[in-house]
Write a protein that binds this ligand. Structure first.
Ligand code: DON
Length: 577
């Protein structure tokens, strides 16, 4: 019976094109029971199939995640890591599973800066190839989630992903555009054909554009089956672990060891919380920087309402230059503190309480000038630097349980390292550290000593899965992919739903802005650039047009039912029942 539900929901059997394919994009519906919003329609469908088969929101999130490793191999998957925020409405309990990758035991702060070669070559080493790989924790996190918080067994929960790998999946527009840009990189010599042959063969159709009706067969079928059969041992021990170490260990030019893999465990944490506009916000603590930045931002907006504006923030016209200016100033303060103070709190002291204290936010808000942006040093507690591929899914059910889960292998196709025989795409999360002190990372983020490399430490992340709870039940859940833009887009989507009263579709599709303090650019999506760009210059901002700022997935629960929306910026679609 279960198998029949899964087959019908995931692949369809009698029609050309799958069931979920045909409903893709139709996600402004209201569902009575549950909703999943992932950045691929078939991944959302996988979560719903598992809920229909008797699973809970955690089972659904894990099924969706494993499906994403097949469907979005450039963004996330077995070779990466992630964060899962859970609200259990029955037990009135929240928890966080931190399955972010760690630096291997042999990593050192100067492992990139002491390499021979040019600056550019050193910088590349934390982004491409085996040395860029941090110890993957995705599989350990997902197995733990099902065992501790799920209702079904791992094998059942993994069935949708295994079916998709076995039967192949249609290639959608997002996969085509990723392939196009990767092939362009290959032509420009930025993706070494010889070194990354397995990536080109297994994921880029041997370097040839996909044909019109082509299907993608994930090379990870075998490893998915091994995990379904043996749990985490199917990945961290035995032939898969040996293959990972042969490629990313000493022999392959990296530093990963069997012991690193064996020692990999997720960490259970308490979410960060604040109250905002009558909601309890639950978000991600360190090693994410996103939760702190989002709480700091909510607190600043609250303080602006009370002290400066003397009226609700929402009374500023939505997307008016004045509203966008305030939002930008809030982001600049939050990102300045990110740069200075944040790292893995298990390794360095992070002034968490002070940064999330509403009194601190009040002091920052009081420094915001309504008419003019300021100099870099005026943001956060700025101290001059000493020298100094992601996927989000949201799940919610009618009882008010929710999961917000963001996973990543960092940049598109991570380190470009693909494990032969098993097709695992390895992350390049080492670049999320301040890999070369004083130099910005791939996202242009300047970071301090708090985020320098240490053995076993987790690189600071921007992933910000966030849930808003009212009267003991989850009402909104959101998160994003897109590096530091995750923080600003999650904040805006949450504000859109909480204070501007939007449904997920409008909240997600509305154009967005982004400012990360350094560089001093205010990025505006096309519509806002046209609409408010000239006026924002009057506030002193340097404005830049941006084609697409992050991809967000959001869900909501209102009195008439559940809604979800997956960002069309990444061709996703929600599903529900
Ligand atoms: O954890 C982080 O902050 C990054 N590894 C996220 C990377 C990302 O979102 C890539 N997406 N475009």
């Amino acid at each position: 019976m279960l198998c029949i539900i899964l087959v019908i929901a995931i692949s369809g059997t009698t029609r050309s094109g799958t069931a979920a394919e045909q409903t893709a994009g139709v996600d402004s519906k209201v569902y009575p029971n549950a909703v999943v919003a992932a950045d691929h329609p078939l991944a959302s469908a996988a979560g719903i199939a598992i809920l229909k088969a008797g699973g809970n929101v955690v089972d659904a999130a894990v099924a969706t995640s494993f499906a994403l490793s097949v469907l979005r191999p450039a963004s996330c998957g077995l070779g990466g890591g992630g964060f899962m925020v859970i609200w259990d409405a029955e037990q009135q309990k929240s928890m966080v599973i931190d399955y972010r990758e760690r630096a291997p035991a042999a990593a050192t702060p100067d492992m990139y800066s002491r390499l021979p070669g040019t600056d550019a070559q050193r910088q590349l080493a934390s982004r491409q190839g085996p040395l860029a790989v941090a110890v993957p924790c995705n599989v350990a996190g997902l197995c733990y989630a099902v065992k501790e918080y799920g209702k079904l067994d791992l094998k059942t929960v993994m069935q949708p992903a295994i079916l998709m790998a076995r039967r192949g999946v249609p290639i959608n527009d997002h996969m085509r555009s990723v392939q196009k840009s990767m092939l362009a990189r290959m032509k420009q010599g930025k993706l070494d054909q010889k070194e990354f042959q397995p990536l080109i063969d297994e994921y880029l159709n041997h370097g040839k554009p996909w044909e019109e009706k082509a299907r993608f067969f994930s090379p990870q079928l075998k490893v998915l089956e091994l995990i379904a059969e043996n749990g985490r041992a199917g990945f961290y021990e035995g032939p898969v672990a040996d293959a990972i170490v042969a490629t990313c260990g000493k022999q392959g030019g990296g530093i990963l060891t069997l012991q690193d893999l064996k020692d990999t465990e997720p960490i259970i944490r308490k979410p960060l919380t604040t109250s905002f506009d009558g909601y309890q916000i639950l978000t991600m603590p360190p090693p994410s920087s996103g939760g702190i930045a989002i709480i700091e931002s909510f607190n600043m907006i609250d303080a602006l309402e009370k002290q400066v504006l003397k009226h609700p923030f929402a009374d500023l016209k939505f997307h008016s230059p004045q509203e966008l200016h305030y939002l930008t100033e809030v982001m600049k303060h939050a990102f300045a503190d990110r740069a200075e103070y944040l790292g893995d709190a298990d390794f360095v002291p992070v002034p968490l309480e002070r940064l999330t204290d509403p009194k601190y936010a009040s002091r920052l808000a009081a420094r915001i000038d309504a008419k003019q942006t300021k100099k870099l040093k005026d943001y956060g507690r700025y101290i001059p630097p000493k020298d100094s591929g992601t996927s989000h899914l949201s799940v919610m059910d009618a009882a008010g349980n929710a999961v917000a889960c963001t996973e990543t292998i960092n940049l598109t196709f991570g380190s470009y390292v693909v494990i032969p025989k098993y097709g695992i795409v390895m992350n390049n999360e080492m670049d999320d550290f301040a890999a070369i002190p004083g130099k910005p990372n791939a996202f242009g983020l300047l970071q301090s000593k708090a985020n320098e490399i240490e053995p076993g430490k987790k690189p600071l992340s921007s992933m910000s899965p966030t849930i808003a709870v009212k009267d003991g039940k989850a009402v909104f859940s959101a998160g994003a992919s897109g590096g530091p833009r995750i923080i600003s887009s999650t904040l805006q989507v949450m504000l859109n739903m909480i204070i501007f009263g939007m449904e997920p579709e409008q909240a997600v599709e509305s154009p967005r802005i982004h400012h990360q303090w350094v560089p001093e650019d205010l990025l505006l999506e096309q519509v806002l650039y046209k609409q408010a760009g000239e006026q924002l210059k009057q506030f002193g901002h340097t404005i830049k047009k941006s084609s697409s700022l992050a991809a967000t997935q959001a869900v909501s629960r209102q009195s008439d039912g559940l809604r979800g929306h997956s960002d069309t910026r990444k061709h996703g679609a929600a599903a529900g029942y």
